[in-house]
Each structure stands twice: as C-alpha cells, then as structure tokens.
Ligand binder design. Sequence first.
Ligand code: DGY
Length: 321
Amino acid sequence: MKTRPTVLVTRKLPDAVETRLEKDYLPCLNQDDHPYSIEELLLGSHQADALIITGQDSLDAEAIAQLPEQIKAIATFSVGYDHIDLEAAKKRDIYVINTPDVLTNATADVTWLLLLAAARRAYEGEQLVRQGKWSDPHPTQLLGTEVTGKRLGILGMGRIGRAVARRAKAFKMEVHYSNRHRLSPEQESGAIFHDDPEDLLRVSDFFSFHCPATPETEHFLNARRIELLPDGAIIVNAARGSLVVDEDLTAALRSRKIQAAGLDVFEGEPEINSAYQTLPNVFLLPHIGSATIETRTQMGFLLLDNLDAVFAGKQPPNSLT
Ligand code: DGY
C-alpha cells in the first residue's frame, strides 16, 4: 500500500534535501543527474503526485495540459517562475511553489561580485596572472573604475534589490531605484525613487537588474536606452538574460559607451551570445546567484515545507497559484 506521496525530482539536489525527501516521500530521483527532456519529464510525472523541477525545465501551457490528473504541485527550485505557465497550472488546480527569501543574500552577494569584478577588470587581471603574462607591473596597468561614492541604479526593488542596496551603503553609494510601486520610507532607506525607469538609467553610473522577466521588462536594455546611460556606465545582471538585447549590449561594450558588464544570466542560456566570450570587459558567471550549499539546501527545505503542507491538505505558504 502506498503510504507516502511520490515526488518526481528532475535534478540532483543537495544531500540534506534528498535525505529529507527519502524520509518523508517516495522520491523518483535523477540518478545520473542528466537534463530531462520534456518528454522524459512528462513520462515520469505519470507515477508522481508532485514535481520538483528547476529553472531549466520549461512547463508551458501545452506541457501542463499533459500532466496527469493526480499531480497536486509543481515545486520549482528557483525564485523565478518565468518557465512555468501559472495560468495553465491554476486552471488545473495545481499549486506552483517557488523559493522566495532564502536566496536573497546569496544572490545579492553575487551581484556585488559581478559589480566589483566588472569595475576592477577582474577577468583581465586573472588572465594576466594565470597565463604567466604578469611580467611588467606599472602604474597605469589595468586601471579600473572606483565604486565608492558612485550612483547605483537598481531596477526592481524587491527583496534582492533591497539587499543589494543595503550592501551599497558600505560603499557610500547613492542608490536610485525604479519599481512598480514606490517603497515605504523605511524600505527605501534613503534610496531615490524614479517613477520612469528611463530616468533611472540617466543617473546610473552602475545599473543593476533585479526585476523578473515579464512581457513588460523583456529586452528592456536596448540600444535606445543604452544611450540614456552616462558614458562609461557599468551594467550588472544577476536576474534574467532576457532583460537585455545582447546585440545592443555587446555593441556598446565594444564602443565603450558601456565600460564593462558583469553577467550571471543570459538569454537562451546555457547557449550564450558568443560575442560576450570575446570581450575582455565582461565578467561572466554561469548563473550561480543562489549557488551556496547553505542557500541551495534552504531552497530545497522550503519546497519540502510547502509540499508537506500540500499533502497535509493545507495551503502551501509559497504558492503562486
Ligand atoms: C532563481 O532562483 O530564479 C535563479 O535565477 C535560478 O533559476
């Protein structure tokens, strides 16, 4: 007799998360941790009561329509949910659960890694040392841009945007932001609000994305908007690659209208616009914003807390549907 719900898990999760899964559920784990095709995912879902997927597993309306009747929840191992059609899940009475809060600090830290690395030419410096070409130290070698005291523009002042802004205080930066709604003075904590994101661009020596990818924000940073930025601005993106028009950003990096960029996310990743790989003034990371053992474990536990609620007949606290 089946006593525990079955959960299909599309990728390997941190050990502590899989241990808890094995204690409380009947998990179908991905033994060799290969990426599932949509066909494989749908096939596996036939034995499952819930799914734990990742940001790489796209569940559009067509795929959701093919999920079997008994599926109660789709839990995504991500805070972003642009890969899931929420409306389609809602129509099927399937909970969609994500992982807000727990990855805020890790993602804010990576944002600062990108920002500092772009400003201080970390990629070029690393190459020089690693390739044994650091033979002639001189006063004008690898001059970067000072961060302290500059203006930081943040598009999207949710949890992660605010955590980035808090860290900016240590660098005595003037923080500007644009957001769907103006924050309370307490949450603003001195940051300057711009109703129009284009006004935000005009004052951003550093510009960092912290908004979700939606039809409204998709390809926000295009050639016309890049022109609004101060000359030599630095772009940081640890949110979603589709917020940027890659051809326009790479052209601006080549002309040095944009001095440098730090990018953790890319449209169509893991395939990326190959121009980024040839530009010395871009610091590239492979979407590791939340990749600390502590955060990834907490993300898994949060999903399991929510699944526990679902299977106890309660409303899961992080349901998006
Ligand atoms: C998130 O949690 O949304 C990260 O970007 C990983 O997809």
